[in-house]
Design a protein around this ligand. Structure first.
Ligand code: SAM
Ligand code: DTB
Ligand code: SF4
Length: 357
């Protein structure tokens, strides 16, 4: 019989736990473990919760671009920065549904609609509710990110059949004031409370590479993991540097810190989908592979994020085929499983063959 204090028993005790009592020193120590130990723990944890060779694909659409009154230092859409994108109107329903259909046909299972608002007005929300219903009817999971929500707005979104609400904590409470001044960390936590209370699934994560330190990354993960329920979806974005924003030109993050943060997110929120989110366009295939090994099991899939380019479906299908990664399917009635769709399988196989595999 194995003594309870052997390394393997200790390791077994480290995984399979969904905890909500992380303390900052502990999370920072996790992030700072020897790289191989951290990745092994993350991959072992990942395997006890998920099929390690399957990822979830979400496609983004900006339904209302630019002219945002908030001052988020990373964002191209703030009216307060020199980057100032042209302010556009809320897209018409038919354009949104056309984009959703294309995303579904390309293999995505979730369609995420983002609006450059501090918060939606009730009139705008009516329009979004129609979009949610229309996108759902196409057999896609739905996610929206519209800024701060009242409890009543969250309930109305749930009533329309919305699956996920995305609202990121973005960074640690300690670093937050260096990035955003127009809304508080508490405001963000309150919106997440409303989302949970309405019975919506939560999508919440943050951005790395904004000049924060490892302790900030650990602190952000503690905030997420210590929520009353782990967010079902945890997007980890790498800052996309946009000219004219205050964070443009900041030193790039060591890519291994991204892999470490993904691994720690996997260990701390073992049952959540961890999404390797913005920034993939500038990542090597090898760095992405390392992040999948660290436990990332979701990506934004498609040609664009909200206002900047994404890695693109063609490149992704080759990469997924090279890694033997299959797509997750949405458990929604009336939709064909993308992994089972001949078009994608053949396309991925053809692309991989062209890539010499
Ligand atoms: N306006 C709403 C809000 O901020 O609550 C929703 C849309 S906003 C663009 C959604 C999230 O995208 C932000 O919270 C941030 O985490 C992420 N994001 C925005 N610009 C980014 C950038 N340049 N690089 C990485 N992530 C970014
Ligand atoms: C999230 O965490 N990342 C997405 C989504 N949620 C809304 C947004 C990424 C935006 C990247 C910069 C841009 O395209 O404007
Ligand atoms: Fe506005 Fe959202 Fe951009 Fe902040 S992140 S400036 S709230 S669009």
């Amino acid at each position: 019989m194995q003594a309870p204090d052997t390394p393997s028993a200790a390791r077994a005790a480290e995984i399979n736990l969904e905890r909500h009592d992380w303390v900052l020193d502990e999370a920072e120590a996790l992030l700072g473990r020897p790289f191989n130990d951290l990745l092994f723990l993350a991959q072992t944890t990942h395997r006890s919760y998920f099929d390690p060779n399957r990822i979830q694909l979400s496609t983004l659409l900006s339904i209302k671009t630019g002219g945002c009154p908030e001052d988020c230092g990373y964002c191209s859409q703030s009216a307060r920065h020199e980057s100032r994108l042209a302010r556009e109107r809320l897209l018409p329903l038919d354009e949104v549904l056309e984009a959703a259909r294309a995303a579904r046909d390309a293999g995505a299972t979730r369609f995420c609609m983002g609006a450059a608002w501090r918060n939606p007005t009730d009139k705008n929300l009516d329009t979004v509710l129609a979009m949610v219903a229309g996108v759902k009817a196409l057999g896609l999971e739905t996610c929206v990110t519209l800024g701060m929500l009242t409890a009543d707005q969250a309930r109305r979104l749930a009533g329309a059949g919305l699956d996920f609400y995305n609202h990121n904590l973005d960074t640690s409470p300690e670093f937050y004031g260096r990035v955003i001044s127009t809304r508080t960390y508490r405001d963000r936590l309150e919106t997440l409370e409303h989302v949970r209370a309405a019975g919506l699934k939560t999508c919440s994560g943050g951005i790395l590479g904004m000049g924060e330190g490892r302790r900030d990354r650990a602190s952000m993960l503690c905030q997420l993991a210590n929520l009353p329920a782990h967010p079902e979806s945890v997007p980890i974005n790498l800052l996309v540097q946009v000219e004219g924003t205050p964070l443009f030109g900041i030193d790039a993050l060591d890519p291994l810190e991204l892999a470490r943060t993904i691994a720690a997110a996997r260990v701390m929120m073992p049952g959540s989908h961890v999404r390797l989110s913005a920034g993939r366009d500038d990542m090597s295939d090898e760095l992405q592979a390392l992040c999948f090994l660290a436990g990332a099991n979701s990506v934004f899939y498609g040609e664009r994020l909200l206002t900047t380019p994404n890695a693109g479906a063609e490149r992704d299908l080759v990469l997924f085929a090279r890694l033997g990664l299959a797509f997750e399917t949405a458990e929604l009635p009336g939709r064909e499983a993308p992994g089972a769709c001949h078009h994608h399988r053949d396309q991925a196989a053809g692309n991989a063959a062209a890539a010499g595999n």
